[in-house]
Design a protein around this ligand. Structure first.
Ligand code: ATP
Length: 269
């Protein structure tokens, strides 16, 4: 289960991969991860371990390799140096099938309506026409605040609405590990706050592990147990900030403001 405000104290580079005791493996782990695109070094010797049930945010300047880190963990990048594992299984060996990913771009099927687009995220062995599956999808439509739009196609949605469909699709799978790449960046402030709280509810209810990439320092501090600050190009871990605020959190909590200061200091802004 997620912690309830106790910030993690563990050094991100401390946990090892390939432990003989599988129960000791972190939910997400990279060790000595270097990723190159031609002459561009996107990530350089990155070490990071995220425990089961932990909520970790990753922030850093544009181009420091945040999306690349998630792409490696989902198995979308095959060529890299070092190791990356989900639930102790190396991503090169297929990783874990309990991973859900929400991309920065909604990537919806243009010809399918909202319900069908969300149903794409259901596990492969679930029949989308099954009443229980339809209920699950309808529940997700409600969760992301899209009641009344189940029959709409992507072309009829705003950018923020499309992004919420994408989030619901990522949740349809009921993943144990959820990787989110700036899922709220296109939302207006009020909807963003609502969706952040929805995500916290999902995380708490499911005891999921979450790694969230964001540019939004306030969002990172409000949501995460730990905030990993990537810096530079190539991306390396600058520092890891523990967020010491109790949950449920007040957005004005002094501890969140302190965490935000630490993060912005590390970012040099
Ligand atoms: N497919 C690709 N081919 C070539 N270079 C790439 C590719 N994908 C990413 N890069 C490069 O790798 C570096 C890291 O990119 P990445 O998208 O991971 O950064 P980011 O921190 O997520 O950026 P942003 O915050 O702007 O989304 C950048 O220099 C980028 O230009």
């Amino acid at each position: 289960m997620p912690s309830t405000g106790e910030a993690s104290k563990r050094d991100p580079a401390e946990a090892t991969l390939g432990s003989e005791d599988p129960a000791a493996d972190p939910a997400l782990a990279v060790r000595g991860l270097t990723k190159r695109y031609g002459d561009t070094v996107a990530l350089d010797e990155v070490d990071l371990a995220i425990d089961g049930g932990e909520f970790v945010a990753v922030v850093g300047p544009s181009g420091c390799g945040k999306s690349t880190l998630l792409r490696v963990l989902t198995g979308l990048e095959e060529r890299f140096e070092g190791r990356a594992a989900v639930d102790g299984v190396d991503v090169r060996d297929g990783g874990s099938d309990a991973v859900g990913m929400v991309f920065q771009e909604p990537r919806l099927l243009a010809w399918a309506d909202v319900r069908e687009n969300i149903a794409v995220g259901l596990p492969a062995d679930v029949d989308p026409d099954d009443p229980a599956a339809r209920d699950r999808v309808d529940g997700l439509i409600e969760t992301v605040g899209l009641d009344g739009f189940a029959e709409s196609r992507p072309g009829e949605l705003s950018g923020g609405m499309a992004q919420r469909v994408s989030l619901a699709r990522g949740l349809a799978y009921e993943p144990e590990v959820l990787l989110l790449d700036e899922p709220f960046s296109a939302l207006d402030q009020l909807t963003k706050y609502e969706q952040q709280d929805n995500l916290l509810d999902v995380w708490r209810e499911r005891g999921a592990t979450v790694a969230l990439v964001t540019h939004d320092v306030e969002e990172a501090a409000y949501l995460a147990d730990r905030v990993v600050v990537l810096g530079g190009q190539p991306g390396t871990v600058e520092t890891v900030v523990d967020v010491e605020a109790d949950r449920p959190r007040e957005r004005t909590d002094e501890a969140l403001l302190a965490a935000r200061r630490e993060i912005t200091d590390a970012l040099g802004v």
